[in-house]
Design a protein. Sequence first.
Length: 306
Amino acid sequence: MKILVATEKPFAAAAVDGIREIVEGAGYELALLEKYGSKQELLDAVATADGLIIRSDIVDAEVLDAAKNLKVVVRAGAGYDNVDLASATAHGVCVENTPGQNSNAVAELVFGMTVMAVRNMYDGTSGTELKDKTIGIHAFGQVGRNVARIAKGFGMEVSALDPYCPDSVIEEAGVKPVHSVEELYSNNKFVSLHIPATAETKGSVGYDLITRLPNGGVLINTARKEVIDEAGLAKALEDRKDLKYVADVKPGNADELSEKFAGRVFFTPKKMGAQTAEANINAGLAAARQAVAYLRDGVDRFRVNK
Ligand code: 3PG
């Protein structure tokens, strides 16, 4: 049995060592494809793999067609919008994620970027503080919950919107539940996005919501670029000179935004939220354990396709 780790954006070396220990400890072979420059390299490497561990790497029908022996794909991370689930099901391949394993890393970056925004991108001018300010968390999943915990440490007032999470869970975290997206954006100076990219959420955060933010509002996106209506975002930044947008996911119109709104927008060059040694180790090792458990014992607790 062979498990391929295919990561265009590689894990920290310590995570790869840990994955190797788990895979080889189970008597399986580990193959490593890091920083690959073309899809062909992935198609070639996956041809003989029984298990596949990925990050944001695209696993579409072409990859699944090429992977004749493949039985399981584990996305070392939370979002699995990069995997064609229907095609995986049609190919008889189990797809899993590793929920929660990298969420603290992403939540810490939310505040790295939020502080940067309120300190005017560290340009030497006088900024503002986060203490006593309002933050709205758009989706109270694993990352959202860590954002709430850290926001409270900053002394912020925290609200959250999540139709899939009972109010009692939000309240137990000391957070105020809100029940409409309009309310979330109107009443919070900071809004941090944690919705997945799905058919319903794609393009769902646009001009109308963004311009609801109070004066000096900051939208923080460590989720997916697809959830933003990028034309609406550009128009909102044009009409509201007080707003800022910071994102761990470079928008399609990044060049236009950076040029027109210099000092009010910031984008990481590559998705960096989960790019810490700790998150790589947590998610990478969990993925290795899950791949082995599936191949050896058929365990599919974290399966996300039917
Ligand atoms: C996730 O969905 O887990 C995060 O977006 C991290 O993605 P990455 O593994 O590509 O950094």
